[in-house]
Ligand binder design. Structure first.
Ligand code: UT7
Length: 327
């Protein structure tokens, strides 16, 4: 049997600065009661001024290397999932590669928004299966605070900053990535946008900030898409793994909104106690949400060796993805 990508270590970083619902009440016309009822989020972490995605990615990278007990020189590839890179070039993965001294590693950034970590894990799994690479560092890192319109109450309540990382290596037994699915709906991409070079008067006018780089979203359209996509991706990935939902110990979903997770759980016929949730503490950290949730699920003993999990995400693009992983 071909080896599969096995997660052999985890590490993460979140900034210490907190943005609470009470803070947001002072910034826009909202309330703690509304935010908790509609999203489940209580607070988020916000990077200090001058701290970018690569800075947080670097800390997560150092932590995961230490946990893995391997040196940076042993890495073959660094994949960074991010939608909020420091700059267009060099990429976040190249910045990290240089700073940790991973002289033998290739470096690639991936932008599938909140699906980023699952996309990167899926790509890493292919490299491991073919035997092309042996040790891959995967990081999801975001400074969504830099993209958020803090005058728009529809979106500013949702997002936070952080970075999560894993090392994957070839499996020896029955652990590792057992099944994956990735998908996209480019037509639906208009429902969640942030602009770089392109000027678009209509899009700019939608933003309360008037800044085309800030994120604009049709929240209810994305919410409906998210519930459908998470349930479908989970079902398909489990089928590809040759398993049924009864074989799944825990689902670690993208942490966007508790109502999305509840909606997906209902569609799947899975109790909420099989869904891992930490969004109340961090909000939506896009590609950093799933790896950080994974770290906390392990750290708290909620997931242990031998367990089988589904990691499932959706986001801008629109994109979605799920991976069945045995630890
Ligand atoms: O990672 C992928 C990215 N995005 C997501 O996953 C987000 C998906 N969407 C959502 O999470 C939800 O759509 C939101 C939390 C953004 C909004 O919740 P909703 O239940 O879809 O509310 P809505 O947009 O339908 O708005 C309902 C009402 C509106 O007032 P009117 O028009 O009914 O008078 C909004 O103006 O709630 C109002 N509203 C707020 N009220 C207080 C919107 N934001 C707020 C707010 N505080 N922060």
């Amino acid at each position: 049997m071909l080896p599969r990508a096995k997660i052999t270590a985890m590490g993460y970083y979140v900034p210490s600065r907190r943005l609470t619902n009470a803070d947001l009440e002072k910034m826009v016309d909202t309330s703690d009661e509304w935010i908790v009822r509609r999203t489940g989020i209580k607070e988020r972490r916000i990077a200090e001024k001058g701290v970018y995605a690569s800075d947080m990615a670097l800390i997560a990278a150092k932590r995961v290397l230490e946990n893995a007990g391997i040196s940076a020189q042993e890495l073959d590839l660094i994949l960074v999932a991010t939608t909020t890179p420091d700059m267009f070039t060099p990429s976040v993965s190249c910045i990290v590669q240089g700073k940790i001294g991973a002289a033998n590693a290739a470096a690639i950034d991936i932008n599938t928004a909140c699906t980023g970590f699952v996309s990167a894990l899926t790509i890493a799994n292919q490299f491991i299966k073919t035997g092309y690479y042996q040790k891959i560092l995967i990081i999801g890192a975001e400074t969504l605070s830099l993209m958020t319109d803090y005058q728009d109450r529809n979106t500013c309540i949702l997002f936070g900053d952080g970075a999560g990382a894993v090392i994957v290596e070839p499996s020896e037994g029955d652990e590792g990535v057992l099944g994956t699915v990735l998908g996209a709906d480019g037509e639906g991409g208009k429902n969640l946008t942030s602009f770089a070079f392109k000027d678009d008067e209509e899009e700019t006018a939608k933003r309360v900030s008037g800044n085309k780089q800030t994120l604009w979203m049709d929240g209810s359209e994305v919410l409906k898409f998210a519930v459908r996509a998470m349930a479908k991706a989970t079902t398909e990935a489990v089928e590809k793994a040759g398993l049924t939902l009864d074989d799944i110990d825990i689902i670690i979903p993208h942490q966007a909104n508790i109502r999305i997770v509840e909606g997906a759980a209902k569609r799947l016929g899975v109790d909420m106690d099989r869904m891992f949730i930490n969004l109340e503490k961090y909000g939506n950290m896009a590609s950093a949400s799933i790896p950080i949730a994974l770290c906390e699920a392990f750290g708290s003993g909620r997931v242990k060796k031998g367990d089988t999990a589904v990691l499932v995400g959706f986001g801008g693009g629109l994109t979605w993805g799920a991976a069945v992983v045995r630890f």
